[in-house]
Design a protein around this ligand. Structure first.
Ligand code: ADP
Length: 311
């Protein structure tokens, strides 16, 4: 271990926050709690036996927070996000969104998975329009909004293309805005960039941060990649290996706005070391872990009914 990092760590370096970082966390915590997970447990029972996937999970996420969830493979991350999405029932405990219990899937939650989930038979524009029309929007309004969203991610020129004509990164950008177009209160993302090459992944992280900064959205993002979690998150929820329990909730001390240049910074390194200590301390071998257009933002500004810039 690098000596300076080692010294800082022993002084609890990842807990130190510059005044502007502390002020940002104070602002975040002053916002309403949007998501509350209380004593959540999940046990799978089948003929093959019983698996406790999650045990006594407790945490809260504030409005406009970016929360990442990390933990070794099999610790229950996907199970947790599926329960938040309402795709899976918990065995015990509660999930509250805006104070109301989550019961099944709902429009208030958008979901983006690792696999490309666009409808292959629809154009990019129609993929974005689909959910809007299903929810009762007129075709004209849905098309107008779809075009605005595609401009936001720099893909307006691809509106009439089909998914197979897009790169992996482009497909995930469309999947993100398709989920956001329905104006969910929270975006649930399960390893959304896991299938992308490193360079595209870095670009996608920047895209996502830019979108998050501009609209009123709370994000819960699962990843194996510790650097990705530090680059994106306000706070990182670290789960213990199987069965999943909360190990620590880390406030990322890296200032915003974030960029690749911060990857080697002291704040970044001490946070990474702390995550490694937590995740690999249990003897797991799991090292699997691992266009900006102001006018468009302005036209989408009505989506942000909160005036406090998250960065
Ligand atoms: P992670 O996403 O962290 O890799 P998962 O949530 O996929 O973990 O799985 C957590 C545990 O629950 C694992 O032991 C897994 O085998 C088990 N599990 C997940 N889904 C099911 C299921 N449908 N039936 C039985 N066991 C399951």
């Amino acid at each position: 271990m690098n000596e300076i990092v080692s010294q800082t760590l022993s002084a609890g370096g990842y807990l130190k926050q510059a005044p502007e970082v502390r002020a940002r966390f104070d602002r975040m915590k002053a916002r309403d709690v949007l998501l509350e997970v209380k004593s959540l447990g999940k046990t799978f029972r089948s003929k093959a036996g019983t698996t406790v996937a999650l045990s006594d999970i407790n945490f809260q996420t504030h409005r406009r927070e970016f929360l990442c969830i990390v933990g070794p493979s099999g610790c229950g991350k996907s199970t947790l996000i599926r329960i938040l999405a309402g795709l899976e029932d918990q065995t015990s405990g509660q999930v509250l969104l805006g104070g109301k219990p989550v019961k099944g899937p709902g429009k208030d939650r958008g979901m983006v998975f690792q696999g490309y989930t666009l409808f292959p038979w629809l154009t990019v524009k129609k993929n974005v329009m689909f959910g809007l029309e299903v929810n009762g929007m007129s075709r004209f309004e849905a098309e107008t909004q779809a075009r605005q969203w595609l401009s936001l991610i720099g893909l307006d020129k691809f509106a009439e293309a089909y998914p197979h004509q897009l790169s992996g990164g482009m497909k995930q950008r469309v999947a993100i805005v398709r989920a956001l177009a329905n104006q969910p209160r929270i975006l649930l993302m399960d390893e959304p960039f896991g299938a992308l090459d490193a360079q595209t992944r870095t670009r996608m992280q920047a895209h996502l941060l830019e979108i998050w900064r501009k609209i009123d959205i709370t994000i819960v993002f699962i990843t194996h990649d510790l650097d990705e979690a530090i680059m994106l998150a306000d706070r990182i929820l670290v789960l213990k290996p199987h069965p999943g329990e909360v190990q620590e909730l880390i406030e990322v001390p890296v200032p915003r706005p974030r960029s690749e240049a911060q990857c080697g910074s002291e704040e970044f390194n001490v946070t990474r070391k702390r995550l490694e200590e937590l995740i690999y301390a249990h003897g797991t071998d799991d090292h699997e872990a691992e266009e900006d257009d102001a006018s468009v933002y302005a036209s989408l500004a009505r989506l942000t009914d909160i005036n406090d810039n998250v960065e």
